[in-house]
Write a protein that binds this ligand. Structure first.
Ligand SMILES: [Zn+2]
Length: 157
C-alpha cells in the first residue's frame, strides 16, 4: 500500500496534482447495445490517472511516479492489457475460457466509463488518493470517472 502524503483535500484549498499516462490494448464488446460495439473488437486505449494531495511528502512529491508504475501499471499490464474485457454474463466468456484465452470479467458492461471506474477503484484500493481517471478509448473519445466535491461523479467527453 502507498502512504499518501496528504489525502482528502478540502474543496477550496489548492492542491498538487500528478498524472501518469498508461497505454494498453484491450478487446471488448457491449451487451444490450444496438450498434457496432456489440461485436468483439479492440482498442489501443490510454488511461490518465490523476493523483492529488494538499501537501508534499519529505521528498517534495505527491507520489513517486515510479510507485504508480510499479503498482498500477503492473496491474494493468497483468490484468487488462491484451485481454478481452467482458461482462460476466457475456456468452463469449465460456467458449473463450475453454480455449484458454485470457478474459477479464466485469460486473458491468465494459464501456470506457466502467473501465475508467475499474482503474479508479483499483488505484484507490492501493492507497493512492486518485482524483480523476480518464480513459481514452479512441483519439477522439474519452470517459472520466472523478472525485467531485460531493464525492465521485461520472462524466463523458
Ligand atoms: Zn469498443
Amino acid at each position: 500500500m502507498i502512504k499518501p502524503a496528504g489525502s482528502n483535500p478540502s474543496p477550496d484549498r489548492p492542491v498538487f496534482k500528478v498524472c501518469r499516462e498508461i497505454d494498453f490494448c484491450y478487446g471488448h464488446r457491449l451487451l444490450h447495445y444496438d450498434g457496432k460495439c456489440k461485436y468483439p473488437h479492440g482498442h489501443n486505449g490510454r488511461v490518465e490517472i490523476e493523483i492529488s494531495s494538499e501537501r508534499l511528502d519529505q521528498r517534495g512529491m505527491v507520489v513517486d511516479f515510479n510507485d504508480i508504475k510499479r503498482v498500477i501499471q503492473k496491474w494493468i499490464d497483468q490484468k487488462l492489457d491484451h485481454r478481452m474485457l467482458l461482462h460476466h454474463e457475456d456468452p463469449l466468456v465460456q467458449p473463450l475460457k475453454k480455449l484458454g484465452e485470457p478474459v477479464f470479467l466485469m460486473k458491468e458492461n465494459p464501456t470506457a466509463e466502467n473501465i475508467a471506474k475499474l482503474i479508479f477503484d483499483y488505484a484507490s484500493s492501493q492507497g493512492f488518493f486518485v482524483t480523476q481517471v480518464k480513459l481514452w478509448e479512441t483519439f477522439h473519445s474519452f470517459a472520466v470517472y472523478e472525485r467531485s466535491k460531493e464525492g465521485v461523479s461520472e462524466s463523458l467527453g
